[in-house]
Design a protein around this ligand. Structure first.
Ligand code: URA
Ligand code: SF4
Length: 184
């Protein structure tokens, strides 16, 4: 699948019930040759309205963390587990995640990132291990096949609980160091 096929398929997708309430399918943003791919859970209201991932309050915070840790947007691609907004921002259901995951797989194949960074428990539980213990195991880099993986708190969790700020900054710095090592 190439990018045009992916965009066309996603754009008209009705594989799960989330198509009924979406305004826009949210595929991703950033560099299509990025070494780091961030994966969130699903679009929120602003994302649904604009068609772009992580552009609301949580997304703005994410961009701040990237800038503060010296991670260039040229090195980053951002996507979600599900491409359509779950109503009232509820967590995506398992059948919705399963229906949508092939699009994310296609994105990973096209981008071939060196590191996949899961934002929050939902993404980490889908991509790393079930019921991922994010509080205990955020910031731990693991090798998984052709790429490395790491889980970070979701930026929305930082907005709710500012005591997680320092952990978030530390984990972002780990990603920055990973990028530095790639460029050595
Ligand atoms: N939260 C997510 O998980 N993804 C977005 O795109 C926006 C908010
Ligand atoms: Fe299709 Fe994914 Fe949207 Fe469901 S969430 S309708 S599977 S694009």
């Amino acid at each position: 699948m190439d990018w045009t096929e992916l965009e066309n398929e996603c754009g008209g997708c009705r594989k799960c019930r989330l198509w009924e309430t979406r305004h826009n399918v949210v595929i991703g943003r950033g560099s299509r040759t990025a070494p780091v791919m961030f994966v969130g859970e699903g679009p929120g209201e602003q994302e649904d309205l604009t068609g772009q991932p992580f552009v609301g309050a949580a997304g703005q915070l994410l961009d701040k963390y990237l800038a503060a840790s010296g991670i260039s947007m040229d090195d980053v691609y951002i996507a979600n587990i599900v491409k359509c907004r779950p109503p009232e921002n509820r967590n995506p259901r398992e059948d919705e995640e399963e229906a949508c995951i092939d699009y994310l797989r296609a994105q990973v194949k096209l981008i071939r990132p060196k590191l996949i960074a899961c934002l929050g428990k939902v993404a980490a539980s889908k991509l790393m291990k079930p019921d991922y213990p994010i509080v205990r195991e955020h910031g731990i880099l693991i090798k998984k096949g052709a790429f490395s993986m790491i889980a970070l708190f979701h930026p929305a969790a930082i907005l709710r609980d500012p005591s997680k700020k320092e952990d978030m900054y530390y984990d972002m710095k780990k990603i920055r160091e990973f990028l530095d090592d790639l460029k050595k």
